[in-house]
Ligand binder design. Structure first.
Ligand code: FES
Length: 107
């Protein structure tokens, strides 16, 4: 199962994804500098990614909590913004493409 992630320099990486894992965890464990301050508890907004337009409608909808975090805490939010800690990998998402968003870079 693959996950494609474009980093802050515009370089795309092919990551091996694991079913049931959060996209944020896969990005972090691969070694890309994602901040993800709250560790996936939907409390910080620093795991913000842009989902490729081809994939937006294939994700399940945002919860109210995810929407609140995006609106209150994330930087540079767009229509195709999601919190990567709230996306769980599954067969249906094999090949998902996301881009790391401003404000989510680990110092
Ligand atoms: Fe904090 Fe996703 S890691 S909201």
């Amino acid at each position: 199962m693959k996950l494609y992630v474009t980093d802050f320099d515009g370089v795309e990486h092919e990551l091996e994804a694991i079913e049931g894992w959060r996209v944020m965890e896969i990005i972090r464990d691969y070694g890309l500098p994602i901040k993800a301050e709250c560790g996936g508890a939907c409390l910080c907004g620093t795991c913000h990614v842009y989902v490729h337009p081809d994939w937006v409608d294939k994700l399940y909808p945002k919860t109210d909590d995810e929407e609140d975090r995006l609106m209150e805490d994330a930087v540079g939010v767009e229509d195709h913004s999601r919190l990567s800690c709230q996306i769980l990998m599954s067969d249906a998402l094999d090949g998902l493409r996301v881009t790391m968003a401003p404000g989510s870079r680990k110092d």
